[in-house]
Design a protein around this ligand. Structure first.
Ligand code: GDP
Ligand code: ADP
Length: 198
């Protein structure tokens, strides 16, 4: 039997993807599993290697890409990011719904695979609000913040492509955004809960 459909959360940096997916992972602990990506960026305070990301050097990552170990990979804001086959398999082996937090290049590349996820774009109410949230998060230097804002404008344009996403969530009020996310996932959540009983 094929396992549950994975879920792709995409959208600009600072839109609220991690906030929303952390709520899901907390509220449905055994139902969802996070696809831990690889990245060459530096860990932020509090981030755990192997949990938030696999933090690697560019050389290590390129070697694994060349060995065919990645489903997709992309350059974002001066760093490499990618989803390894192992990251998705680790979640699917638990029969959990696999959540991928990936940028729009990743979305386009995943579309060429047979993963067949539900595609969701999380977007900010405006660029100004996005900038404020990114500044308040205090994770970025001025340089990386500006790079993220440039990428955000491109992301919001490209996201208008009809059919690219199954759902666009405007993350204004967090609880409302979370309700919308849960609603589209309800069927998969129920199926996964049912399969646990049998
Ligand atoms: N294509 C791709 N993008 C990724 C992957 N992992 C994370 N990203 C994206 O990389 C971007 C930057 O992520 P990060 O540095 O964690 O910053 P944040 O999104 O602002 O917290 C975000 O748009 C993520 O969705 C991945 O495995 N593949
Ligand atoms: N609806 C919201 N209203 C206000 N602040 C929010 C909302 N959603 C997320 N945030 C805050 O905005 C910042 C960016 O959210 P985050 O989840 O890190 O975004 P992403 O993972 O998409 O980069 C965080 O500091 C988070 O606490």
């Amino acid at each position: 039997m094929q396992g549950p459909r994975p879920v792709v959360l995409s959208g600009p940096s600072g839109a609220g993807k991690s906030t929303l997916l952390k709520k899901l992972l907390k509220d449905y602990e055994n139902i969802f599993g996070f696809s831990v990506s690889h990245t060459t960026r530096q860990p932020r305070p509090g981030e755990v290697n192997g949990k938030d990301y696999h933090f690697v050097t560019r050389e290590e990552m390129q070697k694994e890409i060349d060995a065919g170990e990645f489903i997709e990979h992309a350059e974002f804001s001066g760093n490499m990011y990618g989803t390894s086959k192992g990251a998705v398999q680790a979640v699917q082996a638990q029969n959990q719904i696999c959540i991928l937090d990936i940028d729009i290049q990743g979305v386009k590349n995943i579309k060429r695979t047979d993963l067949n996820p539900i595609y969701i774009s999380v977007q900010p109410p405006s660029i100004d609000i996005l900038e404020k949230r990114l500044r308040d998060r205090k994770t970025e230097t001025e340089e990386s913040l500006l790079k993220r804002l440039t990428a955000a404008r491109i992301d919001l344009e490209l996201s208008k492509e009809p059919g690219l996403f199954d759902l666009v969530i405007i993350n204004d009020d967090l609880e409302k955004a979370y309700s919308e996310l849960k609603e589209i996932l309800l069927e998969e959540i129920k199926k996964t809960q049912e399969s646990r009983k049998s």
